[in-house]
Ligand binder design. Structure first.
Ligand code: IVH
Length: 708
């Protein structure tokens, strides 16, 4: 059975009961089929986005017709139980992360961004919530008709681990919600943590019994939750705070604050330190207050989270990349320690950049052992005069790479010499140059090895990037195995991954017979590779590792060009000629600047790269983005906004259009479907008229998308 894909479906609002029941039956069958392909055979037939769309539709129909929820509904069951370990759970609503603010200016910028996006000036009050940022592990708890049915870890945000059995034994998490107004379906999001005194007691007991001690309360909480034997979890003092939600059949409140109050009423633990405030000064005052109480709190925190309170505004603000625009984490200052630099290594990155790394005498900074710190580049080393043998102050903030802040000059050994930055690549010996900016002529501080795939270090890094979590994400092909296969000569360029199984058949020593491998693990790896012959186009583009093309840019490109072939054809033309329409179209895309466009052109101008892309496309079928996810009058249409909009800002208009499946372009061409003209529209409006493109007023546009 194949997936019933792009069939245009009736909107959930328009379904009658009979049609809904029929569709739920079909969805239960389809989803069960795809679950089995995915979980049992590691061989999915459809792209993740398409699968998510099926589940979302199922959830939406169930939310509208709660009495039609089937006993075999996909919402009651996740995946096919795996033999060992934890099953995977696809989150109906992605679990995202927060962007960070490190100082008052970042907080001001956040509030300004919110105002700008919504088009609200200083006169217009916006309420925010402020609450401690718990340093634990995030969890999603699913309640149906008030009863706990499933728990999943965050995982990569789209898919986590099924820890239902473990969460079932955590006393702090209610198994039945009480009180009135509990939605039929409610996914509670929050943090599982361990109190610092419980952590100390646990570690003391672990040490006494010769068991593993944990580095910090967060690791202890994670380790305690992820136990195959749930009696171990039950014996650990795990606690929980609820602060958010995922899928909900009907939101009972209209603000963040009131939702948390409702949670409390239903018996969920919430943080009593959450407050409602209105401006940056309040935020900073709360931040200082919480920071001053940090040591006394009965939970570890690493900052304060501010969220726009009004849920309607949250909805308008939406997300950028993996974080909501409506929230930010204001992190506490970095923790510092001093230690000695034993050596300075030069690492060669994916794009050839030579990065100096300080090899440190291991030291504990904020609960984590640090033995490497980035030194950024040669200029930075010279500016701080960092030398091998120096005592240095190192710091670590949140998840960022540890840094060397300064040298403790009093402790400098007498015979130390300034560090001389190498001029050649330590991996391949090529001269590593500092590029100059084409326009300003300013020399880049970074030295780059020009070797590309001819340089072994760059090759390894590119391959690692190719299989990394947000790229091809091939189970069983992590950094270690990439290195091993490269050393064995089995993988040299990305496309080799897809011939691994075929080539293995002709090897004297087969993979299954190699040390650390077996029939099962080799078979599993090959299956995981096979599964990735179908991958979403944005992941494919991101995986290529083009400079300045991160996940967000890759998604923009995937959305605009639609399919791999069109993208490659256009990029090749853009690379060949910067006067071509292909190039001008590329630069005109909202969200793509000249830096990214030039990097893409440079990538495609390189014959090796072009060959790799071709070879990959012979092996892999990139899938267009979420084509089935959005049904709207503007899905697939190309829209250009021009002039001044009155009812929403340009950013919000663009965001809304994209969420409804349209492409937003910065320039009008024959391919444009609609030009939305605000007041004072100029040349783009004229061009639209010449090309006979549909021109809509702002109100006409709003009426059009209101039908979505
Ligand atoms: S709200 C859309 N509130 O911080 C994401 N997160 O760095 C909304 N966290 O993954 C998250 N305390 O695990 C939120 N009071 C709080 C939090 C909190 C801790 C964690 C959460 C999230 C991570 C992001």
């Amino acid at each position: 059975m194949a997936a019933e894909k792009t069939k245009q479906v009736v909107s959930v609002e328009d379904l009658d009961k009979k049609a809904a029941a029929k569709e739920l039956a079909r969805l239960a069958e389809d989803i069960a089929y795809h679950d089995a392909r995915y979980h049992r055979e590691d061989a999915p037939e459809i792209a993740d986005a398409d699968y998510d769309a099926l589940r979302r539709r199922n959830d939406a129909i169930e939310a509208r017709f709660p009495d039609l929820v089937r006993s075999d509904s996909p919402s009651k069951r996740v995946g096919a139980a795996p033999a060992a370990g934890f099953g995977k759970v696809r989150h109906a609503v992605a679990m995202l992360s927060l962007s960070n603010a490190f100082d008052a200016e970042d907080v001001e910028d956040f509030v300004d961004r919110v105002r700008r996006f919504l088009g609200l000036d200083q006169e217009h009050p916006i309420a925010f919530t402020a609450e401690p940022k718990i340093d634990g592990l995030s969890i999603s708890l699913r309640y149906e008709a008030g009863a706990f049915v499933r728990a999943a870890t965050r995982g990569d945000g789209a898919e986590g681990e099924d820890v239902t059995a473990n969460v079932s034994v955590i006393k702090a998490i209610p198994k039945k919600l009480k009180g009135r107004g509990v939605p039929e379906l409610l996914e509670v999001r929050g943090e599982i943590y361990m109190a610092p005194n419980d952590f100390a007691a646990l570690n003391a007991a672990q040490e006494a019994s010769g068991d593993k001690v944990f580095a910090n309360p967060r690791n202890a909480a994670a380790g305690s939750l992820r136990q195959l034997d749930t009696t171990v979890t039950a014996a650990r003092p795990l606690k929980f705070f609820a602060y958010g939600w995922g899928a909900v059949s009907k939101l009972p409140k209209t603000s963040q604050f009131d939702m948390c109050q409702a949670f409390k009423g239903w018996g969920l633990p919430v943080n009593t330190d959450m407050v409602r405030i209105e401006n940056v000064a309040d935020m900073l005052a709360i931040y200082e207050d919480i920071a001053s109480r940090r040591a006394e709190l009965v939970y570890d925190i690493d900052g304060v989270v501010y969220k726009v309170d009004d849920l309607a505004l949250q909805d308008r603000l939406g997300f950028v990349s993996r974080s909501p625009r409506w929230a930010i984490a204001h992190k506490f200052a970095a923790e510092q320690a001093i230690t000695v630099i034993n050596d300075i290594d030069i690492q060669v990155g994916r794009t050839g950049a030579l990065t100096p790394v300080a090899k440190l005498q291991p030291v504990t900074v904020g609960g984590v052992v640090v033995s490497n710190a980035t030194l950024h580049n040669g200029d930075e080393i010279a500016r701080k005069d960092i030398r091998v043998g120096d005592w240095v102050v190192v710091q670590r903030a949140g998840d960022v790479i540890p840094q060397v802040v300064s040298v403790v000059l009093d402790k400098r050994p007498k015979k130390s010499k300034p560090f001389v930055f190498p001029e050649t690549c330590p991996a391949c010996g090529r001269v590593a140059e500092q590029e100059s900016d084409a326009e300003t002529g300013k020399q880049d501080v970074v030295r780059r090895c020009p070797g590309g795939f001819a340089c072994p270090a760059q090759t390894i890094e590119r391959l690692r990037h190719f299989v990394s979590r947000n790229a091809f994400d091939i189970d069983g092909l992590g950094e270690k195995n990439i290195q091993a296969f490269y050393d064995l000569g089995l993988i040299g360029v990305p496309q080799d991954i897809f011939s691994l199984e075929e080539n293995d058949k002709t090897q004297k020593l087969r993979l299954k017979d190699r040390e650390g491998w077996g029939v099962q693990s080799a078979g599993k790896l090959f299956a995981a590779i096979e599964a990735r012959r179908s991958i979403s186009l944005d992941r494919f583009i991101y995986a290529l590792g083009i400079r300045h093309v991160g996940e967000t840019t890759a998604r923009v490109l995937a959305r605009v060009y639609g399919d791999a072939e069109s993208w490659v054809v256009a990029m090749t033309s853009a690379a060949a000629d910067s006067d071509s329409t292909a190039y001008t179209d590329l630069v005109a895309i909202d969200g793509i600047g000249t830096t990214a466009a030039d990097a893409i052109a440079a990538f495609f101008s390189d014959a090796d790269n072009a060959k790799i892309v071709d070879a990959l496309l012979a092996n892999v079928t990139p899938q267009p983005l979420e084509s089935v996810a959005v049904e709207s009058p503007i899905s697939g249409k190309t829209v250009v906004f021009t002039g001044t909009l009155e009812k929403m800002t340009r950013s919000e208009a663009k965001d809304r259009a994209e969420r409804l499946g349209a492409k937003v372009s910065g320039s009008v061409s024959k391919k444009t479907d609609y030009v939305v003209a605000g007041s004072d529209a100029g040349s783009k409006l004229k061009k639209a008229e010449t090309l006979d493109v549909d021109v809509l007023s702002e109100d006409e546009w709003l009426a059009l998308i209101a039908r979505a």
